[in-house]
Design a binder for this molecule. Structure first.
Ligand code: SF4
Ligand code: SF4
Length: 410
């Protein structure tokens, strides 16, 4: 066993020399072998003994404490068994944010026993670099002591003694990954919390490209991965297929393309069916209203009664949206802009106009030109937003195209 292990490490050192891996990854693997988390060939052992439901509860877009509570309890009653939250979502202050609302929602009845609760923190600030320390919202957690106080804050807001899952959040690049796993860093804080029984499982949330995601998962450190995936954004399918082979559940964020796919009920059904058709994929739905919970579970039931192949669904979508391509999802991680443009909000109009040919979207955009947040004509192409976009979109090019389309005289 020890020889085989050394053999494997030798192979990995070779790949380091070839530039395919990094030293810290090997250290992590050594630690995980020692702790019995992975075996000598890097295959995870005894992980994911819980079955995730197909529809998961996202809290990025929830409204307030009361609505959140009803959404969460309804979803759990229908069968959802996982809640995704993070200090940032709906953050107003220490008492008003998605974590406190989740804690409140699961505190009554036996809801806590029926659902897995997750939260997150990041070494980054959502973009592609390293973030400054901002514990209120979970950014820039780069030292193990920062991790510990961050976790205590989350547990206190959630009013729970432990969380089932904790994410290395917004880890898109090798630099961010290495920062998290450096000596005395984020991962050491997580290990201590796991030893203290405050965290059960480790996940990763990433907008990295497929090969980068696979390299993260190859370390064996993570039991699930949350990544952007929807019928219009399939650029990470290689990573999804890797997960299917390895038995790693994929949590699909952005299932409705930042709302683009929700403007038309048929498109929305197709978007859901697409993700339902992928076996190891679980749909993280950012619910905003109670009806959406019922709707999601209805679509799941109907799909199971009348399944359709992934390819058939994709063909239908291609006919409806022939110019489908990765697009701005309105996540807002590219802010701030020196010209005060809210890129995600402004480009949401372009998405509707360009992809779905909705003329009203163009009119609404032009009506909003008094407001600098929508005034794409003020863009000086400085590229700051492009550097921060975790979806690695060519933002300046998209803005240029949007300007041409939205300001054009009919
Ligand atoms: S440009 Fe990128 S970071 Fe900015 S809102 Fe769109 S997807 Fe998000
Ligand atoms: S490229 Fe334009 S929209 Fe992006 S940050 Fe610069 S000025 Fe703002």
């Amino acid at each position: 066993m020890v020889c085989a292990c050394l053999d494997d490490i030798r192979k990995r050192l070779t790949s380091l020399i070839l530039g395919r891996n990094c030293f810290h990854v090997i250290l992590i693997e050594l630690k995980m072998v020692k702790r019995g988390k992975i075996n000598h060939i890097g295959k995870r052992t005894g992980v994911m003994q819980v079955n995730l439901s197909k529809i998961l509860i996202g809290t990025m877009r929830v409204g307030d404490s009361d609505v959140t509570g009803r959404i969460i309890q309804r979803a759990i009653d229908l069968g959802s068994n996982y809640i995704d939250t993070v200090p940032l979502y709906r953050w107003s202050n220490n008492d008003e944010n998605s974590e406190t609302w989740v804690g409140c929602a699961v505190s009554s009845g036996n809801y806590r026993q029926r659902v897995l609760v997750s939260t997150k923190s990041a070494v980054s600030d959502g973009g592609l670099g390293l973030g400054s320390y901002n514990p209120s919202i979970g950014f820039g957690i780069r030292m193990k002591e920062q991790f510990s106080s961050m976790l205590e804050q989350s547990l206190s807001r959630l009013n729970l003694p432990y969380v089932d899952f904790y994410h290395l959040w917004m880890c898109h690049t090798k630099q961010q990954f290495e920062e998290a796993f450096k000596p005395g860093g984020w991962y050491e804080g997580l290990q201590k919390a796991q030893e203290d029984g405050k965290i059960k499982h480790l996940e990763i949330t990433t907008h990295g490209d497929a090969d980068t995601i696979i390299r993260f998962l190859e370390t064996g450190a993570f039991e699930t991965v949350t990544l952007p995936l929807n019928v219009l954004n399939v650029t990470r399918m290689k990573a999804v297929e890797y997960c299917a082979r390895k038995g790693i559940p994929v949590l699909a964020m952005n299932p409705l393309g930042g709302g683009l796919l929700a403007v038309d009920s048929h498109l929305k059904e197709l978007a859901f069916k697409y993700l339902l058709s992928l076996e190891n994929v679980h749909i993280l739905v950012g619910f905003t209203a109670l009806e959406e919970v019922d709707d999601a579970w209805r679509m799941k039931r109907e799909y199971e009664e009348n399944p359709v192949s992934t390819e058939t669904i994709l063909q239908e979508v291609r006919q409806l949206i022939p110019n489908a391509e990765p697009h701005c999802t309105g996540c807002g991680y590219c802010q701030p802009c020196p010209k005060f443009i809210e890129v995600g909000s402004a480009l949401s109009h372009y998405n509707l106009y360009h992809y779905l040919n909705l003329q009203e979207a163009k009119k609404a955009f032009l009506d909003l030109q008094w407001n600098p947040r929508y005034k794409l004509s003020n863009c000086i192409a400085c590229g700051q937003c492009e550097k921060r976009c975790p979806n690695t979109l060519p933002v300046r090019k998209i803005i240029e195209n949007a300007k041409k389309a939205l300001y054009a005289q009919e």
